[in-house]
Design a protein around this ligand. Structure first.
Ligand code: HEC
Length: 326
């Protein structure tokens, strides 16, 4: 290692733009918050606080990005160091779920997704809150709760159909049976694909939910799929519906030679197949799946062309199996 003031030699050092040498702190300064350490965590903390108008000072003993942050490929991950199953065993399901949601909520949406979610949130307040309440908790004898409702946190194919074409009971929501009617919004003029996608994203992330962002293309596709459907949807119809269609993008073969995994979609579940094991996987969060019988999770990896290029498996601490292209 070279002397303390120089960064370790790395690709990142050689490809960095504008390396600014900051001066040493010699005097005393006043700040609301002092962040110690200029790695990813420290820099992001300081930036977020400064954007919220706090006066922030960041101290770094060597150079910004001197430590691990300066020499590894950065990834945004919302998982915890400990596996979620271990957290659940150690702290119970409630606390483990709260830890999960906390990390999931911290994962930012892209600026486009945020704009769409704002459109969706406005739509909710103008058009849905009147029956379901601004807090989503429902209104007695008018409309059921949306908070932690499986119809909201569950498959988006169902949620999109309810919102677009309406719903006819009976339906069970959080243990209560409702037998009423909800009109659809498909023909409301300002309910375009962006607003509808933003509304679903909002429902997925409001009130402590930690679900995925929904793409306007998904709404456009759904409108086509349901164009022949007449009347309000019923729960009975949902039982036959193909759900989790977003799993299709993972289908394919990964790896090769000694170890390969195949993923299939059966209209409901993502099925993993290999010479050692077979069966449905549970989606934990976007691109992360868990295989219960063997207690392992996999993560699908995207490349710069926005295509899924590999799956990361926990073999020997983490191996990427590249997708096999035919
Ligand atoms: C006129 C009142 C009314 C409006 C406006 C309304 N809903 Fe509903 N909603 C209902 C009723 C009543 C039910 C239960 C219907 C049943 O019994 O089948 C329901 C059920 C639901 C459900 C499934 C059950 C649950 O609680 O999870 C969802 C999801 C939902 N509505 C979302 C929305 C969204 C999103 C909007 C705005 C786009 C909206 N609703 C607007 C009255 C309304």
């Amino acid at each position: 290692m070279n002397n303390q003031s120089e960064s370790p030699d790395s690709y990142y050092l050689h490809s960095a733009n504008n390396i600014t040498t900051r001066r040493q702190l010699t005097e005393s300064v006043d700040a609301d918050v002092c962040v110690i350490g200029g790695g990813y965590t420290g820099l992001l903390t300081a930036l977020n606080l400064a954007e919220k108008n706090y006066k922030v000072v960041l101290l770094e003993a060597r150079k910004v990005g001197w430590g691990a942050s300066g020499r590894n490929g950065g990834q945004v991950g919302s998982g915890h160091n400990k596996k979620i199953n271990d957290l659940e065993n150690d702290y119970g399901k409630d606390l483990a779920t709260r830890l999960w949601d906390l990390a999931e909520d911290a994962k930012p949406l892209s600026p486009v997704q945020q704009d769409q979610m704002r459109l969706g949130a406005d739509y909710y307040l103008n058009r849905c809150a009147i029956c379901h309440g601004a807090d989503g908790k429902g209104i007695t004898s008018l409309a059921p709760t949306l908070v932690e409702s499986v119809w909201v946190t569950g498959p988006s194919e169902i949620l999109a159909r309810i919102v677009l074409q309406g719903l006819q009971g009976p339906i069970e929501v959080q243990g209560e049976t409702w037998n009423a009617m909800m009109p659809g919004h498909a023909s409301v003029p300002d309910f375009d694909d962006e607003t509808a996608a933003g509304l679903l994203t909002y429902l997925h992330r409001a009130w402590g939910h930690a679900g995925r962002a929904i793409d306007p293309k998904f709404i456009a596709r759904t409108r086509v799929e349901i164009s022949d459907h007449r009347g309000l949807w019923t729960v009975k119809e949902f039982e036959d519906l193909e759900i989790n269609t977003h799993y299709r993008k993972y289908v394919g073969r990964y790896g090769g030679g000694a170890f390969s995994l195949n993923f299939e979609f059966d209209g409901r579940d993502l099925i993993v197949q290999s010479i050692y094991f077979n069966g449905p996987m549970v989606e934990q969060k976007e691109d992360h799946f868990f295989f219960e019988p063997r207690e392992f999770s996999v993560e699908f990896v995207w490349d710069e062309n926005n295509e899924i290029s590999a799956v990361r498996v926990p073999l020997q601490g983490g191996v990427e199996l590249p997708r096999v292209r035919d």
